[in-house]
Design a protein around this ligand. Structure first.
Ligand code: 5AD
Ligand code: SF4
Length: 447
């Protein structure tokens, strides 16, 4: 060890999507050279970063209530003579609310939007000199990635890799085009270099991230990128999320048929099964075009697991529209899904629409939707029983002697096996299925 600086404790709490998970890791990477080591509790931390999500109203409110609690910890630390705790708010709430956060919660030292994380070291130094420093968050995304030069230190065998940011789709319910800005893709060479570095450090699986990852506009599009990364030695599994039906092109569908490293799992949100609602959402697809698209993808890769996002209670949604959503779900058959009650986001077109749906109606629809999707998920998991699946083991399980990994379909798989198999892809005979995981035994015949 050469550094003499005492280790400072950094606590990062991440809300929302995988993009934020990736960004949080990168923040830890840029702060490491300043002596910050990651800790898993905010108590006594020198720097607390809340990496926030703005997608639904509740997500924003959670941030303010969390800040209230961290303020107490800040006071306690100071009172105990432990020095200052710097509090930073990052992510999409920071981008959207900006100075409003500093007004509402005076304990916050720093507000930094998603395009500006490379400036964190400098911002923190400034915040230590004077409270209230903040950054206008309208820097170009390419600048962010060029400037985030710190070497990545992956913590496991599966890693996220951001390839695209922002969204130009302007679904009428969504804040992302406003908080994350226009669609922008990283150059393929930079992504490949990062993937090679990850593979060299033992990463076996990457999940390519983007708000509209299948709109990746770098050389070769997403299909070309997948093929390029599939050639990297040691990188055995590639996933990508999240996609828009509009950008699911022939080349990408062909990659699902032809690239064995591309895992048979696709998150392809549809939001609603009613054409009237899809139109009001500005989704640029119909329920029928989505069904046909799924058929095409299944023709290329018959065992692919389909996952989706659904919104109930979009303004103007009637019973018949909701029934159409249930019918679409029955027709497609989902392996997993995320469902949300429509949440009115200030500044989005849908927030001003007439016909806002009553909360009780949303609750009732969500309950019915969840029951159907959960039954489908359970059925999908049960269909794996008796099969032998390649499992990438990731970590020790909760019970001694048990380890946990992922199937190609992203299901969690538990097995009794030695820790040394962590980081390896091992055939596992699936014996039982629950809604959220599978259990199996090592398949010694095929191993
Ligand atoms: N209300 C409810 N759900 C929303 N989503 C995005 N915006 C809203 C909103 N205003 C959901 C969509 C999207 C997922 C990430 O979050 O289903 O696909
Ligand atoms: Fe939001 Fe629609 Fe863009 Fe997805 S595609 S981020 S839902 S605007």
């Amino acid at each position: 060890m050469s550094g003499t600086a005492p280790l400072k404790r950094l606590y990062i709490k991440t809300y929302g999507c995988q993009m934020n998970v990736y960004d949080s890791e990168r923040m830890a990477d840029v702060l490491a050279p300043l002596g910050y080591g990651v800790t898993d509790s905010p108590e006594g931390a020198d720097l607390v970063v809340l990496n926030t999500c703005h997608i639904r109203e509740k997500a924003t409110e959670k941030v303010y209530s969390e800040l209230g609690q961290i303020k107490m910890l800040k006071r306690e630390k100071q009172a105990a003579g432990g020095g200052t705790m710097t509090i930073a708010v990052a992510g999409c709430v920071a981008q959207a609310e900006g100075e409003e956060i500093l007004r509402r919660q005076p304990a916050v030292d720093l507000v930094v939007g998603p395009q500006s994380y490379h400036q964190l070291p400098e911002l923190i130094a400034r915040a230590h000199r004077a409270r209230g420093e903040r950054l206008a968050a309208d820097f170009a995304a390419d600048e962010k990635f060029d400037a985030l030069t710190a070497e990545r230190r992956p913590t496991g065998v599966s890693a996220f890799l951001t390839v695209q940011e922002g969204c130009d789709k302007f679904c009428t319910f969504c804040v992302v085009p406003y908080t994350r800005g226009a669609e922008w893709s990283r150059p393929a060479e930079a992504i490949e270099a990062e993937a090679r570095s990850l593979a060299g450090q033992g990463v076996r699986e990457v999940t390519l991230l983007g708000q509209n990852v299948n709109a990746y506009a770098g050389e070769g599009g997403l299909a070309g990128l997948v093929r390029r990364l599939a050639r990297i030695e040691g990188l055995d599994r590639i996933r990508y999320t999240t996609s828009h039906p509009r950008d699911m092109d022939e080349a990408l569908i062909a990659a699902h048929a032809e690239v064995p490293e591309l895992m048979p799992y696709l998150h392809l949100p549809v939001q609603s099964g009613s054409d009237r609602i899809l139109k009001a959402m500005n989704r640029a697809h119909t329920a029928e075009s989505y069904r046909r698209l799924i058929e095409k993808i299944r023709a290329a890769r018959p065992d692919i697991a389909i996952s989706g996002d659904f919104i109930v209670g979009f303004p103007g949604e009637r019973d018949a529209d909701f029934e159409a959503t249930l019918q679409l779900i029955r027709d497609v058959g989902y392996a997993s899904a995320f469902s949300f009650k429509y949440s009115r986001r200030p500044g989005t077109p849908a927030s001003a629409l007439p016909g806002q749906v009553a909360e009780e109606v949303k609750d009732e629809r969500l309950t019915r939707l969840l029951a159907l999707l959960e039954a489908q998920q359970q059925a999908f998991n049960e269909r794996q029983a008796g099969r032998v699946l390649p499992v990438l083991f990731e970590k020790p399980g909760r019970h001694p002697g048990q380890i946990i990994g992922r199937s190609p379909y992203l299901q969690a798989v538990h097995a009794t096996a030695p820790d040394r198999l962590i980081g390896q892809i091992v055939p596992v005979r699936i014996e039982s299925a629950a809604r959220n995981s599978l259990a199996g035994v090592l398949d010694l015949e095929t191993a």
